[in-house]
Design a protein around this ligand. Sequence first.
Ligand code: NAD
Length: 485
Amino acid sequence: MSQHVPGGLPDHIQHFIDGRFVDSVDGQTFDVLNPATNQVYIKAAAGRKADIDRAVAAAKRAFGGPWPTLAPRERSRVLHRVADLVEAQDRRLAELETWDTGLPITQALGQARRAAENFRFFADLIVAQRDDTYKVPGRQVNYVNRKPKGVAGLITPWNTPFMLESWKLAPALATGNTVVLKPAEFTPLSASLWAGIFREAGVPDGVFNLVNGFGEEAGDALVKHPGVPLISFTGESRTGQIIYANAAPYLKGLSMELGGKSPAVVFADADLESALDATVFGVFSLNGERCTAGSRILVERPVYDEFVERYAERAKAIVVGEPADPATEVGALVHPEHYDKVMSYVEIGKREARLVAGGGRPEGCPEGNYVAPTVFADVRPEARIFQEEIFGPVVAITPFDGDEEALRLANGVEYGLAAYVWTNDLKRAHTFSQSVDAGMVWLNSNNVRDLRTPFGGVKASGLGHEGGYRSIDFYTDQQAVHIAL
Ligand code: NAD
């Protein structure tokens, strides 16, 4: 398969500390692979504890001013310029992201635009924001004084890396904090673009710092740095547990966006055509490497056979191919380690359930991390492919009889990130949505976000919520000031 190589790739990927690109203190690097070939295409600086120390020191200095004390309108102007700059280079961004992650180019473009939108949203929110005042007539006026916390530690995963970084950078910076970002080691390319974007937009040196490297070393040093009062983390639930324990001695503020195994529940009275479109998109878009993927589809018995048959047909028609080809719908998984994990679940699934589509490497893709969209039917709730997050283009379909069983199956996993409900019965729609263990529910609709709403999971899917004012709350201290009258 021939591959489009983006022009102008850097020589190597560096850290960005105090307004300058720098290598690691000891000059160490690690290899970064292209997911379509698994060839090393670049080396990235491997951050050490000393690099995190340098970055935190720079961020602390920058927290001395002027960034945290700028008027909200001033910071908002800078953040809108960030959004303008991201929009102006959305195609370039998508091209680099696709090269580094294996995401289909058309979907990477959508993610680049969402990154710009995240900045615009928080730029507007801090200007519109108001804080509470409480009056006790004749006695007291009490008001809330909101203050940025200091140096925010941001640790991000490799799926849609640039967009997910923006989801943390925008509110952290909008509220006046300075930051140290530790992006995922599989996909460090697009993160370094932030440096040029922030500089051009007028973000002062030291406000944004970036340290590349492995989670166990650079990420760990950030979590354990006493000068970093809060960590916003997105990644696997298991990593979240480790970070939670490591942050405990420092009593840090934590926001955790973790894994998922989200159900899409299709009742017999649903608009089947729309449910099929949405559930195919829900697990196969972004290569299935999506935290909110509807990776378990529960279908009511009267429409089950028809649903499975039509679903399998659609899955077989999905175009798997070179990520940079605009016709591609599923690209290459991010890394051979992740490919092996997903393929191991495909083999487990073959022993646990009935394979109705995919089940291996697609034809015409002899190298790279390509997996054919894979559909298992008749999946039992105790099966591993029902219980465990696979994070690839693999879906489990399970039949159910009635609302009660649907709810039991939907809630019968350790995760609780998202749920998708398909029914035309108004009462059932709301009753079911309100009972399901999920931080977010989409009713008769696709995964489209409203940035004002809470984003986050319950159970093993997360701790705390981001989105709208919840992000502002996380990145600020709210001080109560009492005035006697
Ligand atoms: P991961 O947990 O392996 O890594 C995430 C980040 O944590 C990386 O930057 C990594 O280097 C760092 N890290 C690893 N160990 C660390 C440690 N001990 N201390 C500090 N940092 C450490 O996750 P991943 O494989 O990159 O991402 C996929 C996972 O992320 C999936 O489980 C997915 O569901 C989840 N995710 C969740 C959301 C959400 O909003 N809930 C969004 C996207 C992805």
